[in-house]
Design a protein around this ligand. Sequence first.
Ligand code: ADP
Ligand code: ADP
Ligand code: ZN
Length: 213
Amino acid sequence: MSARRFILLGPPGAGKGTQSQRLVADLGIPQISTGDLLRAARKAGTSLGQKAQSFMDAGQLVPDALIFELVEERLAQPDAAAGYILDGFPRNVTQADEMVGRRIAVERVVLLDVPTDALVARLSGRRVCGQCGATYHADTFPTRLEGVCDACGGAVAQRKDDRAEVVAQRLEVYAKETSPLIAYYASAGTLRRVDGFESADTVYASILTALSA
Ligand code: ADP
Ligand code: ADP
Ligand code: ZN
């Protein structure tokens, strides 16, 4: 049986969002991306979104309490009853521990491994649809029409935090705060490593194997 409640773990730019899009379509379970939920809250101008703003723009983690507010609300929606792909959450050991306390089930953790140089190139070229969240790359995975989403026709642009200065900061935060989760889930026995420095198709096949193995 393939896991249906799992985490995609990996540094910014590892391909979590790209792979989630495919997994959602094939497995019929929702992607829960705390980054997407935060950006939606900011766009909607909620007080949570306003509180998160300065942390995100600086490439720092948003306070855990705000993250759990978003995640709990999303998990309560009916589509999450069949399973979920957690993308970008948990982001530190405190969040992982708190998930256990709140009984948020995790059957598998798939780590996407990508060398740091490649991450910088991926993030600097990343372009995202403001309407549906589809992810592209200016050089390696462009939209058919410049600036227009293939999937929904929305406007495609660079994220503010994908500029070089903030990217360096986010990679540092990953190394310091998020990467300890690798040992955390390895000792729990749920971790599977996938080489994320391959074509998106190859990575996808490895993820499916990791979910069933
Ligand atoms: P994450 O969600 O982990 O931050 P994304 O899925 O947004 O990462 O991918 C970051 C950038 O890298 C995007 O521009 C995406 O198009 C590109 N990308 C994703 N997977 C691959 C891959 N296997 N090979 C090359 N580029 C990729
Ligand atoms: P990426 O796709 O590049 O990995 P995300 O979209 O997941 O980045 O996250 C963007 C920003 O949102 C992060 O830099 C951080 O400020 C905030 N964020 C997202 N998820 C979390 C989380 N689980 N805990 C704390 N902050 C988060
Ligand atoms: Zn779109």
